[in-house]
Design a protein around this ligand. Structure first.
Ligand SMILES: Nc1ncnc2c1ncn2[C@@H]1O[C@H](COP(=O)(O)OP(=O)(O)O)[C@@H](O)[C@H]1O
Ligand SMILES: [Mg+2]
Length: 213
């Protein structure tokens, strides 16, 4: 039996057509087991973001197949089953940390008026004192914790992280890597973590690193 939760089979992505087109992905195959945390490591331009965008249902592959729990990324994306956090925080500058995380719930669970999960998660992430602060009042590391809280608060099946600590200094990045490791130990997620270097990623106790590119 194939236990894979997330499967890429010979996924190819070409941007444009003709002699000036770019072959961003060339037959990438990858199986991720449910609850597994996989790091994708590779230099800038090798196609990491393109993989995440395809898995996240934000763009289509040119050839090949992607399934997540037997469905297409697009189907999961419509049901808000995919949480995404990128290098540049997607926080709304005019909303406090709490209001930013609540925004995810407004979008994903519009009929549910109970937004208490947002505060619970931020407190669990050590951000009790930051609840009512605006993004510009927070450090880079705190902003990314809020960003990841916003990606996780609706309990998606799959978590996609695209160099979420890439803009942070080395020391903060290491601390954040440890912190993320503990978050994912407490709440295992089927997760893809993209980074351009191998620093920190090996710190994740339950993680595995793959070179798929
Ligand atoms: N929308 C796009 N249009 C054209 N080329 C693109 C587009 N997005 C990415 N590419 C190209 O695809 C390749 C892989 O890009 P990307 O997935 O962003 O790499 P990485 O995230 O590993 O830095 C690069 O050569 C990039 O220039
Ligand atoms: Mg990228």
């Amino acid at each position: 039996m194939n236990r894979a939760a997330l499967t890429l089979t010979s996924v190819t992505k070409r941007f444009g057509s003709g002699p000036c087109s770019t072959l961003a992905l060339d037959r990438v195959t990858l199986d991720v087991v449910k609850g597994e945390f996989v790091s994708l490591i590779g230099p800038s331009g090798c196609g990491k973001t393109t993989i995440l965008r395809i898995v996240g249902g934000l763009t289509d592959q040119t050839l090949g197949e992607v399934t997540i729990f037997g469905e297409s990324p697009h189907q999961l994306q419509i049901r808000h089953e995919i949480g995404v956090a990128f290098q540049r925080s997607a926080l709304e500058p005019s909303r406090t940390a709490l209001k930013n995380v609540e925004l995810t719930l407004e979008v994903t669970e519009p009929r549910n008026r109970d937004r208490s999960k947002a505060q619970e998660l931020l407190v669990a992430f050590g951000l009790e004192d930051a609840l009512h602060k605006y993004p510009h009042e927070l450090s880079g590391g705190m902003q990314q914790r809020v960003n990841i809280a916003a990606a996780l608060v609706h309990n998606p099946s799959v978590l996609l992280l695209d160099e979420p600590f890439g803009a942070l200094d080395l020391l903060t990045r290491d601390m954040m890597a440890e912190w993320l490791g503990s978050v994912l130990l407490a709440t295992p997620k089927t997760a893809l973590f993209v980074t351009h270097s191998d620093e920190s990623v090996f710190a994740y106790g339950q993680g595995s690193s793959r070179s798929a590119l």
